[in-house]
Design a protein around this ligand. Structure first.
Ligand code: NAD
Ligand code: TDX
Length: 339
């Protein structure tokens, strides 16, 4: 493989962080630049092991800051951009949508402009299945790449807007792009505001676990490692201009997910606390990954093996998540759940 410079935005967060580690380890010949603003969701302690490697570089910057972003593109002349940086939590977008438009829409536009100006070879835009809206509970229906875009939350509307901008830069300026739409991720370094890490951390502390509505909403879960291998494949082999759905057929109701975690930690189902439903709560997500499978992708985890690996990781890395849930997270949690 010839040497490449890869700009990864949002590489201090959950999926971007896993991807940065994956790339640093698997492509010693590439230079990996992690550009991140270090918001509440970003932390660099996760990268202690790769920090000393010569092919890892960190840039502390805001993707909305046009001048700074252009300066880095001018200086480094990146080959690839893999764009994860975003506000990512649906509940936060319901209480405060503005920052989602700023980061997810305007930030993406700045990166597209710089990528166009400096003629990068691939802009890989990491998006989500939530842009398709919701499915009903008929298990034979799936999101394909042709499914109509119909986002429900301010978060998913902001991601949809950025997808459309990426598509427009391809159509108008011939920018080489791929857009990926992945299902719900889980795994190491998942921020404990999201259902799975929130449940694991609270069950381990014998605290109530909030389940929205009746707990019957369905999500399609993919281990973050399998998301990384899919992105690697699409970055190198994805057909220019194409959208790829990413998912591994692991649909579970939220109650099934929470019960699996409780059971595997040997705790009581009494910890489950039904709370008011999320506004505009999408009923069900389910991905048809046929197009990506045809490109040659196969996940290594199913939900049973992946959740076991993840629970073990949280048991072995209490320091990481304790440092998060003891800070400003406490104020967020009280405001969000009122208990
Ligand atoms: P995350 O919230 O864990 O991390 C986001 C990162 O972006 C953080 O490190 C944060 O500091 C950084 N960031 C935020 N604003 C920034 C800015 N203005 N400039 C630079 N950096 C900034 O998110 P995640 O769950 O890892 O999601 C990453 C991407 O993957 C997002 O684009 C999200 O839409 C997409 N995605 C997530 C999932 C999922 O299940 N979590 C599924 C599909 C797609
Ligand atoms: O406390 C909770 N109780 C609960 O019942 C939380 C935080 C969530 N839920 C439910 C809502 C959802 O049906 O669990 C499900 C999963 O919720 P989240 O973990 O917040 O994920 P979701 O809203 O599905 O979005 C995630 O997947 C798609 C990511 O956060 C997005 O960034 C990604 O695009």
């Amino acid at each position: 493989m010839s040497k490449k410079k890869v700009l990864v935005t949002g590489g201090a967060g959950f999926i971007g962080g896993n991807f940065v580690q994956y790339m640093v380890e698997n492509y010693p010949n590439y230079d990996i630049y992690n550009l991140d603003l270090l918001t509440y969701a970003g932390d660099l302690t996760k990268h202690r092991e790769i920090e000393r490697k010569n092919n890892y570089h960190f840039i502390h910057a805001d993707i909305v800051d046009r001048e700074t972003i252009f300066n880095y593109f001018d200086k480094e002349r990146f080959d690839f951009v893999v764009h994860f940086a975003a506000e990512s939590h649906v509940d936060r977008s319901i209480s405060d949508p503005e920052i989602f438009i700023r980061t997810n829409v305007l930030g993406t536009q700045v990166l597209l402009d710089a990528s166009k100006e400096y003629k990068i070879s691939k802009f890989l835009h990491v998006s989500t299945d939530e842009v398709y809206g919701e499915l009903d509970f008929d298990p034979t229906t799936f999101f394909t790449e042709e499914t109509h875009l119909q986002p429900s939350s301010p978060y998913s509307a902001s991601k949809t807007s950025s997808d459309l901008l990426v598509h427009a830069y391809h159509e108008t300026y011939d920018l080489p792009i791929n857009i990926t739409r992945c299902s719900n991720n889980y795994g190491p370094y998942h921020f404990p505001e999201k259902l799975i890490p929130l449940t694991i951390s609270r069950v381990l502390n014998d605290e109530k676990v909030p389940v929205y509505g009746d707990g019957k909403n369905v999500r399609d879960w993919l281990h973050v490692y399998d998301h990384c291998t899919a992105l690697d494949l699409i970055l190198h082999d994805g057909e220019n201009g194409e959208v790829y759905n990413i998912g591994g057929h692991n649909e579970r109701t939220n109650l099934e997910v929470v019960n699996t975690i409780i059971k595997s930690l040997g705790k009581s189902e009494d910890l489950i606390t039904f709370v008011e439903d999320r506004l505009g709560h999408d009923k069900r997500y389910a991905i048809d990954p046929t197009k990506l499978e045809k490109l040659g992708w196969n996940p290594i985890y199913n939900f049973d093996t992946g959740i076991k690996q993840t629970i073990t990781w949280y048991l072995n890395n209490k320091d990481w998540w304790n440092q998060i849930i003891s800070g400003e997270y406490q104020d967020y949690f009280k405001k969000q759940y009122k208990f």
